[in-house]
Design a protein around this ligand. Sequence first.
Ligand code: CMC
Length: 431
Amino acid sequence: MSDNIAKIILDGKTYELPVVVGTMGEKAVDISKLRDMTGYITLDNGFANTGACKSAITFLDGENGILNYRGITIEELAEESTFIETAFLLIYGHLPNEQELNRFSDGLTRFSMIHEDLKGFFNGYPSSGHPMGILSAMIGSLAAYYPELVKPDPSREEVDSIVVELISKVRTISAFSYKKSRGEPYVYPRHDLKYIPNFLNMMFSSPAKEYEINEIVVDALQTLFILHADHEQNCSTSTVRLVGSSKANLFASISAGINALWGPLHGGANQSVFTMLTQIQKEGGDIHKFINKAKDSNDPFRLMGFGHRVYKNFDPRAKIIKRKADAVLNDLGIHDPLLDLAKRLEEVALKDSYFIEKKLYPNVDFYSGIIYKAIGIPEDMYPVMFAIGRLPGWVAHWKEMIENPKNKIGRPRQIYTGEVNQHYIPIEKRS
Ligand code: CMC
């Protein structure tokens, strides 16, 4: 590679490909013309080494454990900012001034109600239904209620309006799915409460008792939502971009993103960590038995909350969350044996050569469930909490993509490995 040109030799012929350099110095070989030039495509299982777009939203350096939103470190934002301010930053590219923040926050308050007809949808779900399935279906259904916003090329004002509707309503829908699963009456959003207290009130108030806002809990959720708000081209964000690249509307794209997030290798991992820790505890707390299972290539068991596609040193979000988990449990006066178990598991795994060699460290999901548990969130809601936090990131990526006139529909290629030259055989002649 020299002078921003990469050379590739195929079938004895040398081809030159442009090199792209990002603002933080990361480099890519632009292979978009490779097939036209050479007849070859690139093959990259799981897109582990493929850049799908240029983006100005989030920078991540997995080797050095760096995560920045719009150039600001995640540590600074977790310490100084609020989730709503961070959401604005991600979506609009700058920290809001007072007027912008007030307008954004007012919109979030005003649009928090959901259509009464939409409320009826909840009755159709069994109370055992997983809230992620309900959330995804309900967000997709919102498109039917806002036909004026469902068009291939919405204006800037229309996009602003969908964004506020979504970020506001996601809390109401999430809290309503929780209430549905408990067979309790829905609690409507309140205009006098801010974003997080409003959500907690909808979750935990009941006709018998009004929820008392606890600032420790609000602060913990604030931090968790900020840490989850974006993570560049992860599985769910790539899904949102891929779906949106066909000019599908934002509701449809986000609904798809929620489903991608649900998987236990992605945002569903926080629930799986909880299930795993509970299982270890139930079976007598033998950590080594489970570490050995995780190391056994013939055993499908994996240490949930460990490992990451891009972090190969440490996950900066996990560091902050671990500290937060300690502080929250301390402040709330809770002693949770699961936290002790998680800490012991981490200690043993981090000294084990398997985990050291494969660079497997605790990720964001390892400790978040402990905090959710401490503040009374049930385990099937953990991925929903991740979704509420991740929504601004999904929105920011969708918006960045549709505002780029050069954006193309996402359409990977493949190498075909199936049968060749087969013929149709009538059913009576098939063996
Ligand atoms: N426990 C045991 N072994 C593991 C684990 C684990 N948690 N994670 C990876 N490995 C092994 C894996 O078996 C493989 O071994 P080998 O090279 O011998 O085949 C090697 O490490 C590389 O793993 P990989 O699956 O090729 O790595 P990946 O980048 O494709 O997968 C991952 C990343 C996060 C899906 C994976 O580490 C994993 O399954 N972790 C557990 C689930 C989890 O915690 N997910 C949350 C991710 S963070 C939240 C988010 O951003 O979504």
